[in-house]
Design a protein around this ligand. Sequence first.
Ligand code: AMP
Length: 406
Amino acid sequence: MTETFDDLGLAPEILRAVKEEGYASPTPVQLQAIPIALAGRDLIARAQTGTGKTAAFALPILQRLKAHANTSFSPARHPVRALIVTPTRELAVQVEQSFRAYGRHVPLRPCVVYGGVPMGPQEKALLGGVEILVATPGRLLDHAGSRTVNLGQVEVLVLDEADRMLDMGFIEDIRRIIALLPEKRQNLLFSATLAPEVKALANTILRDPDEVDVAPKVSAAESVEQVAYLVDADRKRDLLAHLVRSRDLHQVLVFTRTKQMAGRLASWLDRVGVDATAIHGDRSQSERERALNEFKSGEVRVLVATDVAARGLDIEALPQVVNFELPYHPQDYVHRIGRTGRAGMKGHAISLVSLDEEEQLVAVNKLLKRDLPLRQIRGFELDPRATPPARGSRPSGGRGGGRGRR
Ligand code: AMP
């Protein structure tokens, strides 16, 4: 197997951009997926964010479309030839930025469209002609419906984070998008898991795909100090406020399972004097950007996010991450704590675990192949009179609950 970018058969202007990005050698998913994609074959790849998957599809797409690159002013000379569908706006923006970076020496036009912002500027960009379109499903269909974009010349379709798109209920949208594409095209599907639903989707879309499987980066967890504090569900928020204050924590990313809980917890923290904001899918793009900027600048100490909203957010190397609730999918635990402890820094991941989360804790321990140390904090010990609720019931995670799924 080849080990360097130079051996992959990429054009000099693409290799130049890759070197300018500072990439010394391809990551495992790039090593495996790039030759398959360059050969024009369909691909199903299990790879999470952080593995370098974006370049794994962006580089071969740039190579393929390079032959069509031109500087003509005529929109007709710039039809959409590659379509990348992503679950979230943040991921869409990042993917488009990657295309811009890797394609900086190739005159192809990337463009990104997503919901929550006015259609007008996007329409203008689309009507000017773009070869590479990165989009979230709903907004793409809006543009297709108003005929600002024609997908009849798409040569390559990428479904990025396909598992997330299914989780978020985009299956019908994806089918409607596919109906707008030419029959003959290359399909590349990336997903953090290859759950049966993902495979079923792949079966209906991909043609005789090659498969690439890159192990989840569980090792990221090794540079993170992890601890779980046992606490009654209705005292979690008090414990969180106590930890933030008593340990003088700043830049704390807190994960909840649902957007209702994210919103409620952030407002509560704010009310008790811990500056906090929430980021979740219901907020407009400008609200999300504002929340993120406030957090990055240190204006707010705590950012409360759902797994979905945090996906694709450019926030890494944080000093600590708090799991206010353990996730339903243990893989999300690894995603969450991967936000801390980057670049040689020791990160801290704190999980607040109530008795009703035993099932999730067991699943996380199984995935990590070790048991999270369980502790209690003085003054927040479990109430000995409390009995664990029946297995399988959903925890409330705080006074008043917050049950809706995401
Ligand atoms: P992704 O999984 O595509 O979101 O990429 C995760 C991060 O890895 C991004 O910040 C990329 O810029 C970076 N990256 C991608 N490929 C490489 C590489 N071959 N060497 C070093 N960093 C890379």
